[in-house]
Ligand binder design. Structure first.
Ligand code: AKG
Length: 262
C-alpha cells in the first residue's frame, strides 16, 4: 500500500480521526487512513519510514512495539494540558549548557496530581498503553525550537518496558536506530547496565537498519519492549528533520510522557 505525501500532509494539518478508549473513529472521506486503524500491524504504516535492510521478523515485531495514534488529543485537550503545565514550565530556564547530555535545550518537570479534565486524558493513556498500570509521576519535557534529544536508550532501572508520549505544539520526527540488543534488556545485573538515566551508545546508520517515526502534534506514541531496548531513540534537529522526503518543521515541542514501573 503506498501512502502519498498528500495523505501525510492531511494527517499533519487536519483533525481527521478521533481516538476513544482504545478504538478510533475515522471520517469516511479518509478511508485510506481508516485502514491504518484496522491494520496497525500491517507492514506499511504511514507514520513509519523504514531504512536499511530490515529482517522481516524484526519489522513485524517493531510494528507492534512502536505505534503512533494520530489525533489522540483534541485541540481543546491540548489547550487544557498546556494551561496546567505552562505556569510551572515558565519558572524554569531552558538547559543549553551541557552538550554531552542526552537532551539539549530543554526544561522539564513532573506532575502527579492533575486537574480532573486532564486526569481523564492521562487515564486514557493508562488504559490504551498500560492496561491501567501507570507510574503516578508523569514527565513533562519542554524542548525549545533549537533543542534536540540525542540518540539514547532509557535505563531499565528507572522505568518499565513501555513509554507513551503525547506531542503538544509541534510535529517532529523520532529516529530509532538498531543497537546492541543484549546490553539494554531488562533484569540485568548492575554490572551489565549503565546506571545513568539515559545511556548514550553511538549508533550508526551505516550497514544498519533504522526507522524514522512521524510524530504529529496531538498524537500519542507507544514504544515498548524491543523498540525501547534494541534501538536508540532521538528527536531530530530541524537541520535533518524530514520524513519520506518532506521537511518536518519542529517548533517548540512539549511532550507529556507516561511510564510504567520497572
Ligand atoms: O520527548 C519525547 O517524546 C521523548 C523523551 C525521551 O526520549 C526521554 O525522556 O528519554
Amino acid at each position: 500500500m503506498y501512502f502519498s505525501t498528500k495523505i501525510i500532509k492531511n494527517v499533519l494539518n487536519t483533525s481527521i480521526m478521533k481516538w476513544g478508549k482504545g478504538s478510533c473513529e475515522c471520517y469516511p472521506k479518509y478511508k485510506v487512513l481508516s485502514r491504518y486503524c484496522m491494520q496497525k500491524h500491517s507492514s506499511d504504516n504511514i507514520f513509519i519510514d523504514f531504512h536499511g535492510n530490515w529482517p522481516e521478523t524484526e519489522k513485524s515485531v517493531f510494528l507492534n512495539e512502536m505505534r503512533v495514534l494520530p489525533n489522540f488529543l483534541s485541540n481543546e485537550e491540548e489547550a487544557q494540558l498546556l494551561d496546567e503545565v505552562e505556569p510551572y514550565l515558565k519558572r524554569l530556564r531552558y538547559e543549553f549548557d551541557h552538550w554531552d547530555d542526552a537532551i539539549h535545550g530543554y526544561r522539564e518537570t513532573e506532575r502527579k496530581h492533575w486537574y480532573p479534565h486532564n486526569r481523564k486524558t492521562i487515564q486514557r493513556i493508562s488504559d490504551v498503553a498500560f492496561n491501567g498500570q501507570i507510574m503516578s509521576y508523569i514527565h513533562i519535557l519542554d524542548l525549545d525550537e533549537k533543542g534536540v534529544i540525542k540518540p539514547h536508550v532509557d535505563s531499565t532501572r528507572y522505568c518499565g518496558d513501555t513509554i507513551a508520549g503525547m506531542s503538544l505544539l509541534s510535529n517532529s520526527v523520532m529516529r530509532l536506530i538498531r543497537t546492541d540488543e543484549k546490553k539494554y534488556q531488562q533484569n540485568k545485573t548492575s554490572e551489565d547496565v549503565d546506571s545513568s538515566y539515559r545511556n548514550q551508545p553511538k549508533p550508526s546508520t551505516i550497514n544498519n537498519f533504522y526507522a524514522d517515526i512521524l510524530l504529529p502534534r496531538l498524537s500519542l506514541y507507544i514504544m515498548s519492549h524491543s523498540a525501547r531496548y534494541n534501538f536508540t531513540h532521538e528527536i531530530l534537529a530541524n537541520e535533518n528533520s524530514q520524513f519520506k522526503g518532506e521537511k518536518i518543521l519542529k517548533t517548540r515541542r512539549i511532550s507529556i510522557i507516561c511510564r510504567n514501573e520497572p
